[in-house]
Design a protein around this ligand. Structure first.
Ligand code: ADP
Ligand code: MG
Length: 302
């Protein structure tokens, strides 16, 4: 057994505070309930199983990250929750009601900036509010409040192209939250940002999440990002795009960047790497056995 393997198991060791917190979350009402969800696509070469047979529940104010290799159905899952795509079978309930179309109870933020380029950032935020029948004056006040929350009130009259990538995503978050959705759906929202901006945005999102009543489902392929943000991580994958594992994050809150080096953070990262790259794991095992038993053979081979 290698040191790495000992580390990866440690992700199951939760401090008393973390265990209590995770237990308390489970006592909250269920916001989203997904049961035996399947999605198949038909293309020229035949049938594609985009989602196998997926079931899970998300509790109010929970922060869920979804990870898994490319093509494992992450975007399909979030699009079905958003009501942009219809499942082939299975049920999906938000506040006990079936989801069948997009609605203002779900906000979305994508990787590509989806702001209207011809509107100022304030008007971008007002747009959704006016669409959901808020009168203009009130929409104006609310948009300014949201810009304040994301630290952009002094830029309210600028257009999206005048902002940096990070600022644009802050506007996109404000716009998605302004109509007070029950759940915020984020599909690799920070994927196009440089590392430093991305780190800022992660801390920033945690701050917003801590200050309002919102549940978040956040897709990423960055394992550290997922551990830093989530209460639980849903790991999708395997040959038929199933939910492989639900991982409870043993890192305490409030999260701070120096936790990236804590043993529980590293153990969780190792565990997720093993789940996502099973081949890598078996190679590592072979090498360690080889080194332990017949050390010379590896140099002969080499
Ligand atoms: P991920 O976001 O995890 O990379 P997706 O949810 O985008 O994965 O896709 C899951 C699978 O479904 C992939 O094999 C993809 O090619 C397929 N797929 C997604 N959308 C469509 C579509 N509209 N038509 C056909 N196949 C699709
Ligand atoms: Mg995707």
């Amino acid at each position: 057994m290698t040191l790495d393997h000992i580390k990866s198991r440690q992700y199951k060791l939760q401090s008393e505070t973390v265990r209590k917190r995770l237990e308390d979350i489970k006592k909250r009402p269920i916001l989203l309930k997904v049961d035996s969800l399947k999605k198949k696509f038909q293309d020229r070469e035949g049938e594609i199983v985009a989602l196998g047979n997926i079931s899970f529940s998300v509790h109010q104010r929970e922060f869920i990250c979804v990870i898994g290799p490319s093509g494992c159905g992450k975007s399909t899952l979030i699009r079905i929750i958003a009501g942009l795509e219809k499942q082939t079978s299975g049920s999906i309930l938000l506040d006990s009601k079936p989801i069948d179309s997009p609605s203002s109870d779900r906000g979305m933020v994508f990787q590509n900036y989806t702001l209207f380029p011809w509107l100022t950032i304030k008007k971008n935020i007002m747009f959704g509010l006016i669409m959901s029948k808020t009168d203009r004056q009130e929409a104006n006040i609310k948009a300014m409040d949201w810009l304040e929350l994301v630290g952009l009130s002094e830029f309210s009259d600028l257009y999206p192209h005048q902002l940096s990538g990070g600022m644009k995503q802050r506007v996109a978050i404000a716009r998605a939250l302004a109509t007070r959705p029950r759940i915020l759906l984020m599909d690799e929202p920070f994927g196009a940002l440089d590392a430093q901006t991305r780190a800022q945005m992660q801390s920033y999102l945690l701050q917003i999440w801590g200050s309002i009543d919102i549940t978040i489902i956040f897709i990423t392929h960055d394992l550290e990002e997922a551990i830093y943000l989530a209460d639980r991580i849903f790991v999708l994958g395997s040959s038929s795009n199933q939910l492989r594992e639900i991982v409870e994050i043993p890192v305490s809150r409030p999260r701070k960047p120096d936790q990236f080096l804590s043993s529980e953070f590293l153990a969780t990262k190792k565990h997720l790497e093993d789940l996502i790259n099973p081949e890598k794991r078996s190679t590592a095992k072979k090498i360690s056995i080889k080194n332990g038993i017949v050390e010379k053979s590896s140099s002969l081979e080499g």
